[in-house]
Design a protein around this ligand. Structure first.
Ligand code: PMV
Length: 328
């Protein structure tokens, strides 16, 4: 039996997705803009197993936990619905970036799985439909369908058909330097699904986050078009700090930062004051992603490696979109 395989890169949001207007469909309150991360990839393989009564899922060589397997199974149901098929599948997911590093792999996982599973079930979807499908697995996965610089439109429709991502510019447009500083190797304490729900319902700052988001999107979009690191970096930092401010102000408070996270923030600001232009952004966890000019990446990495509490660094750059791989 043939196995369908696909690969997708992780991405980091410069203008973030934080808050769902519809939980089940992963419909966001705002649009978001990201850059695909080269070298941080997930490979998905899907084989149809007509004689199996349920799906089987392996993640990084181990059977998936019941919770993860159920999430993948529900996602495969969406593909089965579209294909009008009932057959179960054997799924293997392999991420090349350290899972123990607590870096979210859901974006690359669901983008790769959307592509491999539709291929396995004989569906051939346009990029827009693939993005809508990947979004159902994990919101940020809508963006990992594409390479380079990507915008996910909020959309207006209640069924979500207009909430998908498209590419703003390919990776070659702007070879930025990206450094990921891993400060904590443990698993996330509050995942993004739960964190967003708390921020939406329990933060008095959530409305301000939504209201001020479009201005950051505009600055980042135009800054990418003009390869203006200052404009993109300042807007991305501001957007990140607002996402965390809204989360910190929730009850219960969402505090994703550790002392090392804060130490990296300060170091990046010092580097900038000393003339090495770099900017930070942080998702729903303690790791810090740093943007800089491509030729400055190794210097930035050297400086950040010395910050107490930084455990390891991953070097990245704007990367490719999701692609089908040849059968093994
Ligand atoms: O795709 P999710 O549900 O894991 O949410 C991702 C949320 C952030 O990473 C914090 C922001 C973003 O836009 O990627």
């Amino acid at each position: 039996m043939t196995v369908s395989r696909a690969r997708a890169s992780a991405n980091v949001a410069l203008a973030k997705y934080w808050g769902k207007r519809h939980e089940g469909l992963n419909l966001p309150f705002t649009g978001s803009i990201s850059v695909s991360l080269s070298g941080l990839e997930t490979e998905a393989s899907v084989a149809l197993r007509p004689r199996q009564s349920g799906d089987t899922v392996r993640m990084n060589g181990q059977p998936a936990s019941p919770r993860e397997a159920e999430r993948i199974g529900r996602f495969l149901d969406l593909v089965r619905d579209q294909a009008r098929a009932a057959v179960r599948a054997e799924v293997d997911l392999q991420s090349n970036f350290p899972v123990a590093a607590g870096l979210a792999s859901s974006a690359s996982t669901f983008a790769a799985l959307a592509l491999a599973a539709t291929h396995a079930f004989g569906l051939s979807l346009e990029a827009r439909e693939l993005s809508v499908l990947a979004r159902r697995g994990s919101g940020s996965a809508a963006r990992s369908i594409h390479g380079g610089f990507v915008e996910w439109m909020r959309g207006e429709a209640s069924d979500g058909h207009d909430s998908f991502a498209s590419q703003i510019a390919p990776a070659e447009h702007w070879p930025l330097g990206i450094v990921v500083a891993v400060t904590d190797e443990g698993q996330k304490k509050v995942g993004s699904r739960e964190g967003m729900a708390i921020a939406v319902q329990q933060s008095p700052f959530f409305p301000a986050w939504v209201e001020t988001h479009a201005a950051d999107m505009d600055a980042i979009r135009s800054g990418i078009a003009e390869r203006d690191l200052t404009r993109v970096g300042e807007a991305a930092e501001h957007n990140c700090l607002k996402m965390h401010a809204a989360s910190l102000a929730a009850r219960p408070a969402l505090i994703y930062w550790t002392p090392a996270t804060v130490a990296v923030i300060h170091r990046v600001r010092e580097l900038r004051a000393d003339g090495l232009e770099a900017y930070f952004t942080i998702d729903a966890g303690p790791q810090v992603k740093i943007l800089c000019r491509a030729p400055d990446r190794s210097r930035v990495a050297e400086e950040i490696a010395r910050v107490p509490g930084v455990r390891r660094l991953l070097l990245s750059a704007p990367g490719p979109g999701a692609e089908v791989l040849p059968p093994l």
